[in-house]
Design a protein around this ligand. Structure first.
Ligand code: SF4
Length: 375
């Protein structure tokens, strides 16, 4: 099979995008401040830092505006509002599907849009959140890649998506229990944004989402995997989007491989400080005739051997404008890949496609309006 992507050109494009300046606002968004930063900010404004605990609870546990914090005087609240910025992230479209998933489209203050997906799982829900507008990583099989990187999201914009999903999930009696950073963007690219969001989500006085309920999925930025491991002592669930067993095929599909090869990536995964009984999720998109071949699967088995890993096979979800030489796997190839990996002793499961009708399935998030009715 021909190489589906010009690796060098894509890598150059990706490098330019990775050097792009971060979005900034002169006033900090109140939603994006950790509890410690909130206290520091209050003190700088002449407001007792002790109010931070109550204020943080209003913002992140009760999802209220700063006005609700009556522990602060009206003058203090006014000062706080003058010196911080609100987050603009409005849910402007909701696309439900018959398999229960729901794609949410969020419009930001600069009219850019990102998407997230609510996935019901029994009595609970998982939310797949976007970490960037577009993405710089240029993975050939992914619709988001076609947008390029438009900008990083602010921590407040990431949190606002999660909180909007939380409200919807609670309204239908399926509370939000898991958040996966698998929407648009590479969450370890603008690492500081993701770190701050994880800090805020896991704060026991806020939403208090347990770290194991948070999954960060990466194309394999090896140094940032190490940093995530250090910062959260391995408590955050790590998922690595591997998608090929051999270096050549991965390089053709994922330009990042030129910068961080499979050996680097494997070393970073091996060094991640997992607690006992935890594993890294190895996401593996099955592409017909390309990544579902015996050679690739054998190389995949070699890659994961000795790692605390679970392989998640994801039959590729096609999208309009995808490279012509990419094809979904035949149904029998999915079964065969599963059986082959099992036979080689690899822990493996298959992720059933969900949300295709709303163009919300894995790798399809690219602001493509589904033909289904808009709620
Ligand atoms: S698969 Fe993830 S990292 Fe790769 S282009 Fe798509 S959104 Fe970016």
């Amino acid at each position: 099979m021909g190489v589906p992507l010009n690796g060098s050109a894509s890598l150059r494009k990706m490098r330019r995008a990775m050097d792009a300046p971060r979005h900034s606002d002169s006033r900090p968004e109140w939603l994006g401040l950790t509890r410690t930063e909130l206290a520091e900010h209050l003190v700088r404004q002449g407001i007792p830092g002790g109010h931070a605990l109550r204020l943080f609870g209003h913002l992140h546990r009760r999802l209220e505006a700063p006005d609700a914090c009556t522990a602060m005087s009206p003058r203090q609240r006014e000062r706080f509002l003058e010196t911080t910025a609100p987050t603009h992230c409005e849910t402007t479209e909701v696309h439900p599907t018959d398999d229960g998933t729901e794609k949410l489209v969020f419009t930001l203050r600069d009219a850019r849009r990102v998407e997230g997906v609510i996935i019901p799982e029994g009595p609970r829900s998982t939310f797949c959140v976007s970490s960037q507008v577009g993405c710089a990583m240029a993975c050939a099989f992914c619709a988001t890649a076609r947008l390029g990187l438009e900008r990083a999201l602010t921590p407040g914009e990431v949190l606002a998506q999660i909180y909007a999903a939380r409200v919807r999930c609670e309204a239908v009696g399926r509370p939000l229990r898991n958040v996966v950073f698998m929407g648009m963007g590479e969450p370890l690219h603008h690492y500081e944004v993701t770190r701050r969001v994880l800090d805020i989500l896991t704060d026991p006085t806020g939403f208090c989402l347990g770290a194991p309920r948070l999954t960060v999925s990466t194309v394999g930025l090896a140094p940032r995997i190490a940093q995530l491991g250090r910062d959260f002592e391995g408590r955050i669930q790590l998922a690595v989007s591997l998608n090929a067993g051999t270096e050549a095929t991965r390089r053709a599909l994922m330009p990042i491989t030129e910068r961080h090869g499979l050996a680097d990536l494997r070393a970073a995964i091996a060094a991640y400080p997992y607690p006992r009984n935890r594993y890294v999720l190895i996401e593996y998109v099955l592409l017909g005739g390309l990544t579902d071949t015996p050679a690739e699967l054998q190389a995949l088995a070699g890659f994961v051997r000795g790692l605390p890993a679970m392989v998640n096979l994801i039959p590729w979800n096609p999208f309009e404008g995808a490279p012509a030489d990419l094809h979904p796997p035949a149904p029998e190839a999915i079964d065969a890949a599963f059986a082959a990996l099992r036979a080689m002793g690899v822990p493996v499961k298959v992720r059933l496609p969900r949300g295709r009708r709303a163009v919300a399935a894995c790798g399809q998030l690219a602001r493509i309006t589904p033909t289904a009715e808009v709620a």
